[in-house]
Design a protein. Sequence first.
Length: 310
Amino acid sequence: MARITVLGECMVELSPEGEGLHRMGYAGDTFNTAVYLARLGDAVAYCTALGQGDPFSEGALAAMRREGLDTALVREVENRLPGLYAIVLDEAGERHFHYWRERAPIRDLFSQHTADQLIAAAKASDLVYLSGVTLAVIGDIGRARLKDILAYVHSLGVAVALDFNYRPALWSSPQAAREALDGVVPSCRYISLSSEDSRPLYGREAEDLAAEWAAAGAEVVARDESHAVNVHTPPFQGLGGRIATPAPQRVKALDTTGAGDSFNAAYLASRLAGLPVETAVARGHQLAAAVVTCKGAIIPTASMPVWTRG
């Protein structure tokens, strides 16, 4: 069982439930990954900021605890409400998001308290996980402090994993996003990105960046539009540099929300357990396939793949 600290935002999620109806839940890219990592048997602490005393923040905390997440790193902020987003699905099950998060407490996660508690938790972890969305929503002060924290725990041998998950609307410009991500990449042992991330940020394909970052010491999962995955590994791992895996068999998607987040969870859980890259990718695809056939980002436990249930 790996010890994992996940950083990011848990939001109120409104997902379609019928004509004019939405079901309320709790989700967010790193939160989704944290839940699936916990379901896969790892010990997961979630670091975020919520409101205090309102039913939505209390509901988010309850959801975390139901999923077995450690909430000691959750900061509660008075007179603030958690962010909210609504999902709109097209005929192919592809999702479009509408956000209300301008005053979400996550924006002040690092601005009004010390990072000592996070540093202590990260030092005791096998893995620290975050995303480009995490970097976007914590602001300039948070990014500067988190960059230093990640560099420090990386120097101690703690693995850091980054999912690029580039969302242009969250950044003032592609350059601002690129600078923030570039500041974290040197601390990473695992990186996940697609050409949908790399093209607007770097004007390059994910494969090209993956090869460079692998040469510098990271294990990089490069995804393409067909859902085929090529994993680039550091030379010292002796795995051949680039491991190509085919696209999985297509499934009819009902809702693609959380697909990439669940893939990351299964991939990282497998690698931390010592499983080979090919198995990690296969399990990532299997969990993502289960997720897209259900509504919402967090699927019922009964819908998890058989291998995840023992």
